[in-house]
Design a protein around this ligand. Structure first.
Ligand SMILES: C[S@@+](CC[C@H](N)C(=O)[O-])C[C@H]1O[C@@H](n2cnc3c(N)ncnc32)[C@H](O)[C@@H]1O
Length: 235
């Protein structure tokens, strides 16, 4: 990108490779413990998050999927480094739009992103060989029906409502409900901190396909007002 975000804004061009850690995923998705073994968990748009690496170490079966995984670890590290400065600047400028509770400071957020990247990269080469990291993209997944118990979508759908339209969201969530028994999406706000303009249309579009989408409270808040997730299941 050529320009930094405007003061108070946290909108960056494109969808950034910014990864979170397992304890953050557990907070977003209300996972008191990551289920071990089967049923397997699918992390969609996982990027350089360390959820798959950390959960695998705890005995869970996790597959992470992202178009970014067509690249090797060095390229992903470079891509992360290229966006880190702008992300740090955006976070500083938009501080008042966040709740500094789980994370005490912008520096703590950055430290966690760096840790997640390193944990992810430590696991990436071996994990690719094991099939833990799949290069693919919504809305069409190269996965069998019902092959996962749970699919998690963190900081992709709804957050990037300006890049991804309502039809894309319906197609993507219907595809996820095909491959997983339950889908959870967090957050439901866009990058500007507003409730996604697609939410109502997406819930209605899913209902037309026989899918039940429910908004459930989350005991975690960073983006002010981002206190719910969307759970999608077959009716
Ligand atoms: C902001 S990152 C979030 C990473 C991780 N889920 C987390 O919360 O830590 C968004 C990720 O979505 C990925 N992405 C973009 N378009 C996608 C698509 N069509 N299908 C799946 N992933 C996509 C990007 O490559 C990027 O790694």
């Amino acid at each position: 990108m050529d320009t930094l975000p405007a003061p108070g804004s946290f909108n960056l061009d494109g969808i950034v490779p910014w990864g979170r850690r397992l304890d953050e995923y557990a907070a977003f998705f209300g996972l008191s413990a990551v289920p071990r073994g089967w049923p397997a968990i699918l992390d969609i748009g996982a990027g350089p998050a360390s959820f798959a690496a950390e959960a695998t170490r705890q005995g869970a079966r996790v597959v992470a999927l992202d178009p970014l995984y067509r690249f090797g670890g060095d390229a992903i590290r470079r891509r992360y480094a290229a966006t880190r400065h702008d992300m740090a600047a955006g976070l500083e400028r938009a501080q008042r739009r966040f709740v500094w509770d789980f994370y005490p400071s912008p520096a703590d957020v950055l430290r966690r992103r760096d840790e997640a990247l390193e944990l992810f990269l430590d696991d990436y080469d071996w994990g690719r060989i094991c099939g833990r990291y799949l290069a693919a993209a919504l809305p069409a997944l190269p996965l069998a029906d019902s092959s996962f118990g749970l699919a998690l979508v963190s900081h992709l759908l709804f957050l990037y409502s300006h890049e991804l339209d309502a039809d894309f969201h319906v197609e993507a969530l219907a595809e996820l409900a095909r491959v997983a028994r339950e889908v959870r999406v967090f957050p439901l706000l866009d990058l500007e901190g507003f409730r996604s303009p697609h939410l109502e249309a997406v819930v209605a579009g899913l209902a037309e396909r026989g899918l039940v989408a429910e908004e459930l409270p989350v005991a975690f808040e960073f983006q002010k007002g981002a206190t719910s997730l969307l759970r999608v299941r077959r009716g």
